[in-house]
Design a protein around this ligand. Structure first.
Ligand code: NAD
Length: 463
């Protein structure tokens, strides 16, 4: 088993693979890092000055490692040559998506690990030397065993494969800070001498910038389940506070006062206690559903029902937004990303909301500082019909042009530009004092005249 890592490959140049590898490559470790992806456009963007994802601080780190300069060698590569990168690597991260299944048994709930399996199969077919294979993707407990079976069945018997679990805890929007200073790094292994050797080689890579006490070596099943559990616990807090906000709305209690008071209790703490439209992002929902499915298959119906409620409360909160007649009206939607400081719209509350508004034939004037309009228009078209989207969705250059002539303004993402500066609106459009305090109001207020709604800020998918 390689004990000194000189060449790393990462399969999947996404929100996790790209930033994680950029940080490793920036650490002057004498390690060549290659991030590979099947998508040529995505790789082209990583190799350009317009990266496919937005993360504060990412651009400079990528450019320095990818382009090199003076005494600094090139340490970071982006390529579609998956086989070549696997062939050269000592250690391979698998960082592909793990959505829920769309068809068959467990559709909509069970984890679909076919992308992880495909990556493992490719590794098994290509490898001619020993490899450390690292699950970076969030996977259900037991996945490492499936990977081991693939290596046993497909791999060259002369080649040894050691599977580790090293789940990623970064949150979009703060990925670089999270990677540079993680609360913990988990390195899960099966505990055999060879597995421990591989775990120690991976821990050595991280230890060049992460304090040793934050690098936890543990059993591989615990590592897989710990990641899933962390996301579920965070999602559960959001749903808990949202369930209480429904009681507040019915009783006259103020959810902000309640959450502030509750959060002052040190045992509870203030994080993830802002009432909102519910969690967004690509991870929380699918990861809670994975736990639900695992509980069902383990014949633990009460456990499944408990976690299922976390998702149900989120959905209830979201549909409650639609309601009044908006036919023919112009609605300004400020923010499309599922949270600030990212251009990611996967599972964004804004998308569901826009679907409801389009069904009612409202004209949607949309604005987001980082979301690619071409991409979002295409995605909305796939979801709600290209004709309807072309007719009713109007991308705008800034918040002001989106608000012009709107009967309702809905702020879906807590971008700072919507809250730190008072929005000076055109005279024809008096939104009143759209200030920071109003921007934290969790409920959407909609009226026939101009009004504002500020539901976001809790879509903090720490996935
Ligand atoms: P992503 O969709 O941004 O990136 C995945 C990439 O993998 C895509 O570009 C896709 O083209 C590529 N890919 C898929 N199969 C491939 C193959 N066989 N060979 C080469 N490339 C392939 O996904 P992501 O958001 O980076 O998430 C990856 C994993 O990390 C998921 O399991 C997710 O749950 C987990 N995670 C995500 C976050 C997050 O904030 N996005 C945080 C922590 C963990």
């Amino acid at each position: 088993m390689p004990t000194n890592i000189e060449n790393i490959c990462c399969i999947g140049a996404g929100y996790v693979g790209g930033p994680t590898c950029a940080i490793i490559a920036s650490k002057d470790l004498d390690i060549s890092v290659t991030v590979v992806d099947l998508s040529q456009p995505r790789i082209d963007e990583w190799n350009s000055s317009r990266l496919p994802i937005y993360e504060p601080g990412l651009q400079d780190i990528v450019e320095a490692a990818r382009d090199g300069s003076g005494l600094n060698p090139v340490t970071l590569h982006f390529s579609t040559d998956v086989k070549g990168a696997i062939h050269r690597a000592d250690l391979i991260f698998i960082s592909v998506i793990t959505p829920t299944k769309t068809v068959g048994v467990g559709a909509g709930q069970a984890a679909d690990i076919k992308y992880v399996e495909a990556a493992a199969r490719e590794i098994a077919e290509v490898a001619t030397s020993d490899k450390i294979v690292v699950e970076k993707s969030t996977v259900p407990c037991g996945t490492a065993e499936i990977l081991r079976d693939i290596f046993d069945a497909v791999g060259d018997p002369q080649v040894r494969f050691e599977v580790l679990s090293n789940p990623e805890f970064l949150a979009e929007g703060t990925a670089i800070a999270d990677l540079l200073s993680p609360d913990r790094v988990l390195v899960g292994s099966e505990g055999t001498p060879s597995a421990l050797e591989a775990a120690s080689a991976l821990a050595d890579v991280y230890s060049s910038w992460v304090p040793r006490e934050r690098i936890i070596t543990l059993n591989i099943w615990s590592s897989e389940l710990a990641k899933l559990s962390a996301n579920c616990m965070l999602a559960q807090r959001i749903s808990s506070i949202n369930s209480l906000s429904a009681i507040c709305e019915a009783t006259g209690a103020d959810i902000q006062e309640v959450s502030h008071s509750v959060g002052l209790d040190k045992r509870i703490g203030p994080n993830f206690l802002k009432a909102s439209i519910g969690f967004g992002g690509s991870c929380f929902k699918k990861d809670v559903l994975k736990l639900v499915y695992m509980a069902e298959t383990l014949h633990l119906p009460e456990v499944a029902a408990y976690w299922k409620a976390v998702v149900d409360i989120k959905n209830g909160k979201r549909t409650a937004l639609a309601g009044t007649t908006v036919d023919g009206k112009r609605i300004a939607i400020l923010g499309l990303a599922y949270k600030k400081n990212t251009g990611d719209t996967r599972e964004s509350p804004a998308i569901d909301f826009m679907g409801s508004m389009l069904a009612e034939k409202a004209t949607l004037a949309i604005y987001d500082p980082k979301v690619s309009y071409n991409k979002i228009i295409h995605e909305l078209g796939e979801l709600f019909g290209h004709e309807a989207v072309a007719r009713y969705v109007k991308p705008c250059e800034n918040a002001y042009s989106a608000c012009r002539g709107a009967s309702t303004v809905v702020i879906m993402t807590e971008w700072d530009e919507f809250k730190t500066d008072r929005l000076t609106l055109p005279p024809a459009l008096d939104l009143g004092d759209l200030t920071a305090s109003r921007l934290t109001t969790p409920t959407v207020k909609r009226a026939d005249s101009v009004s504002s709604g500020i539901p976001s800020s809790q879509s903090e998918d720490r996935s």
